[in-house]
Write a protein that binds this ligand. Structure first.
Ligand code: S3P
Length: 170
């Protein structure tokens, strides 16, 4: 299992699909699964039931995933202690995008309830989340200015290094 974490707009879904092709693993897009289960879009879920409800569904889904899969998580997965504990000890790759990159990519985005029209609000949330991504990750790949293929290759080399590191320890 490989979990991709990172802020909204960092490219988790795209990179997950490239990795899935390269590794011949299935990939799971958590937001999409929640939308399917609820029969509602993410903004609709937030609007109808609130964020806490969404977070609960997100944690339940996280704990139900097993097997050889690549998991594209939602940007808020690292918010709860419970989720961070669940991720600990697993292969967790942080796609590290600068705030400038994200701001550029998400300008005008209406599909993310926690991406606001206020730049300072978005920046504050980004800064608050950074340490959570960093401490949850077993690999970090910087994504600014890179194509998905290149990012996926860097994820793979980071993971290979980890595996050879483990072997050396044995
Ligand atoms: C969220 C990120 C979104 C989605 C929801 C909340 C967040 O996923 O789960 O809107 O709190 O960062 P993406 O990271 O795929 O945009």
């Amino acid at each position: 299992m490989i979990y991709l974490i990172g802020y909204m707009g960092s490219g988790k879904s795209t990179v997950a699909s490239v990795l899935s092709r390269k590794l011949n693993y299935e990939y799971i897009e958590m937001d999409q699964q929640i939308e399917q289960k609820e029969g509602l879009s993410i903004p609709e879920i937030f609007q109808k039931y609130g964020e806490a409800y969404f977070r609960k569904a997100e944690s339940e889904l996280l704990q139900s995933i097993s097997g050889d899969v690549i998991v594209s998580t939602g940007g808020g997965i690292v918010l709860s202690d419970e989720n961070r504990k669940w991720l600990k000890g697993n292969t967790v790759v942080y796609l590290d995008a600068s705030f400038e990159t994200i701001d550029e990519r998400l300008s005008g985005d209406m599909s993310r309830p926690l991406w606001s029209g206020q730049k300072n609000e978005n920046n504050k949330r980004y800064e608050e989340r950074l340490p959570l991504y960093q401490s949850s990750a077993s690999c970090t790949v910087k994504v600014d200015g890179k194509e998905p293929e290149e990012i996926a290759d860097e994820v793979l080399s980071c993971l290979n290094l980890q595996i050879s590191g483990h072997n050396k320890e044995r």
